[in-house]
Design a protein around this ligand. Structure first.
Ligand code: PMP
Length: 448
């Protein structure tokens, strides 16, 4: 039995007339799961969506990450309403910006100074400019499968090996720009060293998602981030962490301050045992969760590097909407919720229950499924091998994912329409939601 989504289908036809592909971001289209109308949502509250036909869904998309408190959380909503009453945009500094900068710096001490922007894309793009300004070098090294937004330099795919330059991943990105980017496999220190041997003198920065969220959830191998930082710095380049997904995701802080990471010797981490200095980046890009559901991005890092930015330094970055009072006050309210005791323990508890339940259901139905989980975020890969890098994430059954996605949707469960995206728990999800989702997954696996 499939749900009636006739209204979504009508709206999609209409949207196609006016909006490119009917969507304002390609990841929202159902292209990767067999095409057709995406679901047009009308309302979201707590852990649920209601679509234009009145169907209810449990939401694990969480807007691709920002909605960690659940939709329309009363504390965040109140902050947005108050901000709207006080006027939404000033074009002047406000006191809230200082409070928010202080909050973020306290949670992520590598940020001596920050700047607020409007999206993760902008944050990443600017860290690259600042790194280039600081080092006087032009090349960037990134890791295959990590997504860093849609600016030119990070829409570049690997050439034919770590010692070749990149090729444009999108029309409209000039080959000359792709020549500035080297892509190496995630987790592969030998490849990074090889690239640095060849291009190191002209590499401004190495950019990485320290815990990957864009080809599933992938933990770095023990020692990888330490080695990455060491190799990068040996060649005089800067380390940039893209923490757009990871900041405030697994604990009140970022991946760079996360003591749950395995240690280099393979032993489990005990809180505080990790040498954070060894994995602290020079620059960090933030976004998603820190806006509490409103548009935001931020970047920051070491004082001497950040002081390259205008008006103090020669690297230009600006924004009419940057640091707007509504996004800032929503962000403060969101972090106020997240710093309450027990918040991340609850996400961990729910995440473990759901991911373990889904893995067990797949096993009992004879479906090969690899589940990668960190706290309240996890990814499901239809394959019988581990997923630790982009090649392994690609080598999974996309058709099976597409069928699973639709079987779940028809049972009122909303996942991201891509085999690479994570499931995100929020503080609004309940044990009942988790139990229902496991039953639904079990039925779906039975039908695959
Ligand atoms: N970096 C990472 C790690 C991301 O996951 C994303 C978005 N998915 C971005 C940057 C870009 O952020 P935005 O979509 O806000 O521009």
């Amino acid at each position: 039995m499939t749900m009636n989504r006739s209204r979504s289908e009508e709206l999609y036809k209409e949207a196609l007339q006016h909006i490119v592909g009917g969507v304002n971001s390609p990841s929202r289209s159902f292209k990767a799961v067999g095409g057709g109308a995406p679901v047009f949502m009308k309302k979201a509250h707590g852990a649920y969506f209601w679509d234009e036909d009145g169907n209810r869904y449990i939401d694990y998309l969480a807007a691709y990450g920002p909605i960690i408190t659940g939709h329309a959380h009363p504390h965040v909503t109140a902050a947005i309403v108050e901000a709207a009453r006080d006027g939404t945009l000033y074009g002047t500094p406000t006191e809230h910006e200082i409070a928010f900068a202080r909050m973020i710096k306290e949670a992520i001490p590598s940020l001596d100074k920050v700047r607020f922007v409007n999206s993760g894309t902008e944050a990443v793009m600017t860290t690259i400019r600042v790194a280039r300004a600081y080092t006087g070098r032009s090349k960037i090294i990134k890791f295959a499968g990590c997504y860093h937004g849609h600016s030119d330099l990070v829409l570049v795919a690997a050439g034919s090996g770590p010692s070749t330059l990149g090729v444009p991943d999108s029309a409209g990105v000039p080959g000359s720009i792709a020549q500035e980017v080297i892509t190496v496999p995630f987790g592969d220190i030998a490849a990074l060293e090889e690239a640095m041997q060849r291009w190191g003198d002209n590499v401004a920065a190495v950019m990485v998602e320290p815990i990957v969220g864009n080809f599933g959830m992938v933990m770095p191998k023990p020692g990888f981030l330490e080695a990455l930082c060491a190799v990068t710095r040996k060649h005089g380049a800067l380390v940039i962490y893209d923490e757009v997904i990871t900041a405030f995701r697994f604990h009140y802080g970022a991946a760079q301050t996360y003591s749950g990471l395995p240690q280099a010797d393979g032993a489990a981490a005990s809180a505080g045992a990790r040498d954070f200095a060894a994995v602290e980046p020079d620059l960090t890009a933030l976004g998603k969760i820190i806006g509490g559901g409103l548009p935001i991005g931020a970047y920051g890092g070491r004082r001497d590097i950040m002081e390259q930015v205008a008006p103090l330094g020669p690297a230009y970055q600006a924004g009419t909407m940057a640091g707007n009072p509504a996004s800032i006050r929503a962000g403060i309210a969101c972090l106020e919720v997240l710093r309450q005791p027990g918040v991340y323990a609850e996400l961990e508890r729910l995440g473990a229950a759901l991911a373990d339940g889904i893995a067990a259901a797949a096993r009992s139905r004879g479906v090969a499924l690899t589940v990668n989980r960190i706290g309240g975020a996890f990814s499901t890969h239809f394959c019988d091998h581990p997923v630790t890098n982009y090649d392994e994430a690609q080598d999974t059954d996309g058709d099976m994912f597409a069928r699973f996605f639709r079987l779940m949707l028809d049972q009122g469960i909303c996942l991201a329409p891509s085999k690479y995206e994570a499931w995100f728990l929020t503080l609004a999800h309940t044990d009942e939601d988790v139990a229902y989702t496991i039953e639904a997954a079990d039925r779906a696996f039975g039908q695959l």
